[in-house]
Design a protein around this ligand. Structure first.
Ligand SMILES: [Zn+2]
Length: 395
């Protein structure tokens, strides 16, 4: 498939071409080189976002500094064990890490989706609250508001139980940082405060009841409590949307659309406010201990459970290591057989490498294109800053 790619890799490591296609072991269903490439690109963008946050946290002495630092290290070293698998030596498990968040999302959907009875009529409800009081809110204030929202929701659950018996629902809490945002439909720019809200998937008749009760208990605009029916064929996508574990850290700024703006102070505030708070709530048939576990346990432990979330297989072919994709097609050949290799992530090249005994750099992936480093600015409140504090590793 990628002859050009193979050729490039071989040139890079100064090895003659070797036709190894017949020796390739077919391991269908496992993660492919394409996945590893995608991961490298994700890592690159993640670090672009996280590195100014690390700087900010250091400057203001945020208690979240160690967590941000861990995110920055996550998946940046791959261990090539017995020349068979590439395993990240460290995972952070943080909500701010797009890689860990994706694993968590996939695991959760795998466990929850099969429990849906597709003969029932399901819907998607968003519950918000008026948030003028959350303008430049402190972490404590935000935390109190979130605790109160959970409390109101549990009251509604009790009322629903009396009416329908136990109801089945998957619920997540989400908060977006304060900052400039654009309206989805009109693209109109506005300055929005923190907006803690619930997303709920449940049966339509139950959601109608929940919405009604919410309007009685909470000060909010009726039109923002959006309720839509979800057709069975869209249910999985809706569930993915609901449970996706990444926190949206990016806001926009005035007219500029292309650069990313991160409200560092706001992201840091949310992280402090939600510390130890569960994001995912399950009721009724979805309430399963192992779903709760996904949130609480370290991602690193969970990864060991399921092969597809963890290792990326490489195939030992004679005295070198071939990388195959999910169909077993050889994608590239790394250099000679060495017992254990640690591949380090190079942010500038968006690739993993290791140095051999002669000091030569060997690249793991055949990246045709290094992604363009996006322009990142950060904002603290309404003020916009140039990224003058070191954006660490990115230059
Ligand atoms: Zn991570």
């Amino acid at each position: 498939m990628s002859k050009v790619g193979t050729f490039k890799i071989l040139r890079a490591v100064r090895l003659p071409f070797l036709d190894t296609n017949e020796q390739v072991v077919h391991e269908a269903g496992t993660r492919s080189v394409q996945t590893l490439k995608k991961q490298a690109i994700k890592l690159f963008y993640r670090n672009v976002m996280i590195s100014p946050l690390v700087d900010y946290a250091k400057q203001v002495k945020s208690p979240n500094f160690p967590q941000y630092w861990k995110v920055l290290q996550c998946c940046t070293t791959l261990q090539q064990s017995q020349n068979k698998y590439l395993t990240p030596t460290h995972r952070c498990g943080s909500r701010l890490c797009s890689i860990c968040a994706n694993i968590r999302t996939a695991k959760t959907v795998d466990k929850v989706y099969p429990l849906f009875d597709l003969n029932k009529k399901w819907g998607y409800l968003t519950l918000t609250r008026a948030n003028k009081d959350l303008r430049s809110a402190s972490a404590e204030k935000l935390r109190d508001v979130v605790i109160d929202m959970y409390w109101q929701l549990s009251k509604i659950r009790q009322r629903a139980k009396r009416k329908f018996g136990e109801i089945d629902a998957v619920i997540t809490l989400e908060v977006q940082p304060e900052g400039y945002k654009r309206k989805k439909e009109t693209k109109e720019l506005y300055y929005g405060y923190y907006n803690p809200h619930f997303n709920i998937i449940a049966q339509m008749e139950h959601l109608e009841f929940i919405k009604e009760e919410w309007l009685k208990l909470i000060i909010c605009s009726e039109q923002n409590q959006n309720l839509e029916e979800v057709l069975p064929e869209n249910l999985k996508a809706s569930l993915l949307e609901l449970v996706k574990y990444t926190m949206k850290g990016v806001t926009t700024f005035k007219k500029a659309s292309k650069p990313f703006f991160i409200n560092l102070e706001a992201v840091d505030t949310i992280m402090t406010a939600l510390k130890g708070k569960r994001r995912l709530i399950t009721w009724g048939c979805f309430y399963k201990k192992n779903i709760e576990k996904i949130e609480e346990a370290a991602i690193a432990d969970l990864d060991l459970e399921k092969y597809i979330y963890n290792d990326i297989p490489i195939t030992d072919i004679g005295n070198r290591v071939g990388l195959v994709d999910g169909k077993g097609i050889l994608q590239s050949v790394t250099n000679e057989f060495i017992k254990t290799v640690y591949w380090e992530f190079d942010n500038r090249m968006c690739n993993y490498f290791y140095l051999d005994d002669w000091g030569d750099k060997h690249w793991l992936l055949n990246m045709e294109k290094i992604p363009e480093k996006p322009q990142v600015y950060f904002t603290i409140g309404r003020k916009k800053y140039q990224p003058e504090i070191s954006t660490l590793i990115l230059n």
